[in-house]
Design a protein around this ligand. Sequence first.
Ligand code: E4P
Length: 299
Amino acid sequence: MANVDTAQTKDGRSTHPGPKILVDGGDPAETMRVKEALGYVDGQTTNPSLIAKNPEVKKRVESGRSLSEAEERAAYRKIVQEISPMVGSAGVSIEVFADFDTTADQMLKQGQEMFTWIPNAYIKYPCTTEGLKAAQRSVAQGMRVNMTLCFSQEQAAAVYAATKGSKFPVYVSPFVGRLDDIGWNGMDLLANIKRMFASGDGHVHILGASIRSLPHLMRCFQIGVDLVTVPAKVILEWVEAGKQMPDENFHYQFNGKPMEYREIDLNQPWQNFNIKHELTDKGIRKFVEDYRSTLRKAS
Ligand code: E4P
């Protein structure tokens, strides 16, 4: 195992080797703790479940003072505004509210507003038809986007095709841990997308997500993803272990079904790809449930 350098330039660009490291959370105090321990934080990802777990939001809901939609939005904004100056060039990902009825127009409208909250926002849209339409229009307007709930190569290919020409790198977030949960080797998806993108123009960056353990993190380093979003607990564990990087003796072991690589032509309209995935739908349901759990019931 080799050690990783932790330097970061004044303007926030990371100069350490390996993927950019993002905190996967919704609590500014936690991000600060990681920054102090690690020496830098390249970015942050948030989602409705993580915002519902924010200590202030949780305390408020538990004391019987659930939020109105406007208050929830204000709380989310406050959280990302506190985190924004702490992070480097990978920015802060903010997720739009999307259920199965939310249209691309509605997602885009939320994304446009969220994009004004902080100077380093990435807007998170789901890998669904409406999410891809919203992303396509967002990048055409010069917005930064992070496509979330990605569980297949086809979804990643659709992200690539829908966001061609983006002024900024586009992130795609394959969710490793949730694939593991249903018996696949989720890490294979990261490796497969990386291989598929090798023939592309490089505008989509792979952000390893749903990372749950140190071996997950090591394997992300080994595959060479562009970025990885990691819960504070795992980052602190990595720091504690001396910020090791995998060497040639590292072998990732997980007893899941292998995910086979598929030859996919990236140069097709994004509508040609089969982007349906049960875990994307399940993820949307869970985000909606967690978001609603913070809200006052309509009387
Ligand atoms: C990433 O953007 C997501 O917030 C996150 O990685 C999901 O992780 P989980 O599957 O552990 O909830």
